[in-house]
Design a protein around this ligand. Structure first.
Ligand SMILES: C[S@@+](CC[C@H](N)C(=O)[O-])C[C@H]1O[C@@H](n2cnc3c(N)ncnc32)[C@H](O)[C@@H]1O
Length: 164
């Protein structure tokens, strides 16, 4: 959110876990940013961009994607980094490749361990239940034309623009 704030009029960040919101606020709140404790379903209003990182697999995918559609202005963008269940040879091969490259990327991007003054709270984790192909199917039904790409770091990205 702090990286987004200089580029947008207003940015709102949510998490259902108050500890995560407290940690975000402790790092400073830009003048045009608001952090709120709450879930996606409680968000009201319309936005030009809805983004989430490693959150969609915590939610019921279809319901969450429908909520995102309802939150976007015409022409608005959904940009999501997610995790999926490993299911089948292609997923497994991709994960094996990631297992080899992830430590290298970690060392290159974070050569020194972050020992900042603000402790990181442990965030809630859940195992993804949907495989990427299943997410692709659900996603395309809710967001026709959704772009799905495998990424490094055991992740994928979802990109969609609400028709204007
Ligand atoms: C794996 S963490 C990812 C946190 C952060 N986005 C990151 O990449 O470091 C998933 C987060 O989703 C939050 N979460 C779970 N259900 C949610 C919901 N319904 N609405 C918003 N956030 C939710 C959890 O509290 C948790 O902090």
């Amino acid at each position: 959110m702090r990286r987004l704030a200089p580029h947008v009029g207003q940015v709102t960040g949510i998490d259902t876990d108050p500890a995560i919101i407290d940690a975000a606020r402790a790092r400073g709140v830009p003048a045009n940013a608001a952090f709120r404790v709450g879930g996606l379903a409680e968000v009201r209003g319309r936005f030009d961009v809805v983004t989430m990182v490693a959150v969609l697999h915590h939610l019921r995918a279809r319901e969450a994607l429908e909520q995102v559609v309802g939150l976007l202005n015409p022409g608005g963008r959904f940009l999501c980094v997610g995790l999926a269940r490993v299911d089948g040879a292609v997923d497994l091969a991709w994960d094996v490749l990631n297992a080899a490259t992830n430590p290298v990327i970690g060392v290159l991007k974070h050569p020194r361990v972050n020992r900042g003054a603000i402790a990181e709270p442990a965030f809630r984790t859940v195992e993804p239940t949907l495989a990427l192909d299943e997410l692709r199917t659900v996603g395309a039904e809710v967001m026709p034309g959704l772009r799905v790409r495998r990424r490094q770091g055991f992740r994928h990205t979802l990109k969609w623009t609400r028709p204007g």
